[in-house]
Design a protein around this ligand. Structure first.
Ligand SMILES: NC(=O)c1ccc[n+]([C@@H]2O[C@H](COP(=O)([O-])OP(=O)(O)OC[C@H]3O[C@@H](n4cnc5c(N)ncnc54)[C@H](OP(=O)(O)O)[C@@H]3O)[C@@H](O)[C@H]2O)c1
Ligand SMILES: [Zn+2]
Length: 359
């Protein structure tokens, strides 16, 4: 099959396009997906560079990136599907659903959740991401083998392109917003309106009734943030983020969504109100942050780390996106041969919205 793989970690040049990459073979309880779209995430860059595991665990090479997979599967009569990218041990306390013991098969089917409501599989110590830091190949290919339980049928109201944006950026944003109580009248600061996580947070938080303050790094991105509907936009290249936030909300914001890491942790703590919540999911600017400890504890800030979300949360998100008619913005669509160009664009920060590969 056609695929873009890397045989060693490194710069974008390690990505190799192959027309005769071995076809995936479905293992026990796995199905083959014929891929139509694969969304690109910053995680693909980390995976390719080999920067992920705090655990020191290595992944099998060659590896195929791509965690936002949409396609069809003959295993369910050519049904349109998307893939929940999380895989876990299936045995620990976080992987086992208590609702499995309390609900009937029929009620689980009615809710389309396989009884997963109380699962926190993303807390599993074995949690890994298909196409990311795991031995599962991902979506930069014509076909992929995935566990059957990760397959989610796409409702007709959800376009393939939209579905290919949801399973990483939107799911993580949804998890952070839900976990930290985003709701009507809450004031939320999120960096990088044009990023996957930034755009997702703006759209989802707005739809939840929150007021959103965001940041951009140039004029074209300012227009993009405005179109998305952000209530307040700060140009981080010429304005002081904390000063601007305090002009808008003198007491500070209720929640900061921080996917930037080292460069923004101190800003996030300073921009929060007393007892505010800081949701952390990324290290785009670096892994080693300096924290103003005194300010952190006197404000009694609650900091919550977030890794993707659960399968049940993805199902909930899909329903929400359809109900609220949320339209993720697609920056550009690349062919598989041009996957390298697509990653280059993301690495240079030239995108505004999601980048997709079309197979
Ligand atoms: N934990 C999880 O499960 C999870 C899930 C999804 C993503 N993530 C992580 O979240 C991060 C974002 O992912 P993505 O796919 O949305 O990335 P992306 O689309 O490439 O966006 C990166 C953004 O970072 C912003 N940025 C960089 N340096 C900044 C700074 N000093 N101050 C403010 N903003 C800055 C840029 O904003 P400007 O436009 O202002 O330059 C850009 O919009 C990545 O680190 C990714 O690995 C984690
Ligand atoms: Zn587990």
């Amino acid at each position: 099959m056609k695929a873009v793989a890397f045989f060693e970690h490194g710069s974008v040049d390690v990505l190799q396009y192959h027309e005769d990459f071995p076809d995936p073979v479905a293992g026990k309880n796995e199905v083959i997906i014929d891929i139509k779209y694969c969304g690109i995430n910053h995680l693909d860059i980390w995976t390719r560079q080999g920067i992920v595991a705090e655990t020191g665990k290595k992944i099998r090479l060659p590896h195929i990136c791509g965690c936002d997979i949409v396609g069809t599967t003959t295993a369910i009569n050519g049904q349109r599907v998307m893939i929940y990218p999380g895989v876990s041990c299936g045995k620990c306390q976080y992987c086992i659903s208590s609702s499995n013991r309390t609900t009937t098969r029929r009620s689980r089917r009615r809710n389309n959740n396989n009884g997963n409501d109380n699962k926190r599989e993303n807390l599993c110590s074995q949690f890994a991401i298909i196409g990311g830091w795991s031995d599962y190949n991902g979506g930069y290919a014509e076909r992929v083998a995935v566990p059957e339980k990760n397959v989610i049928r796409l409702p007709s109201a959800l376009k393939d392109e939209t579905a290919a944006t949801l399973a990483v950026s939107y799911l993580t944003a949804w998890n952070m917003l839900q976990t930290n109580g985003a709701s009507r009248n809450k004031k939320i600061l999120v960096y990088g309106a044009s990023s996957g996580v930034g755009m997702a947070t703006i759209q989802l938080a707005k739809a939840l009734g929150a007021t959103v303050i965001t940041t951009v790094s140039d004029n074209s991105k300012h227009g993009f943030a405005k179109k998305l509907g952000a209530h307040h936009i700060i140009d981080r290249t010429r304005q002081d983020i904390v000063e601007e936030v305090k002009k808008i909300v003198p007491a500070g914001v209720d929640i900061v969504i921080d996917h930037v890491g080292a460069a923004t942790w101190a800003t996030s703590i300073a921009a929060l109100r007393q007892g505010g919540r800081m949701a952390v999911c990324g290290t785009t600017s670096g892994n080693e942050a300096t924290v103003p400890v005194r300010m952190f504890y006197t404000k009694q800030i609650i900091m919550v780390g977030s890794l993707l979300g659960t399968r049940a949360q993805l199902q909930e998100l899909i329903n929400f996106v359809i109900r609220k008619k949320i339209q993720p913005v697609i920056d550009s669509v690349f062919t598989l041969q041009d996957a390298k160009e697509a990653q280059k664009k993301m690495e240079a920060g030239l995108h505004a919205g999601k980048i997709l590969l079309r197979l």
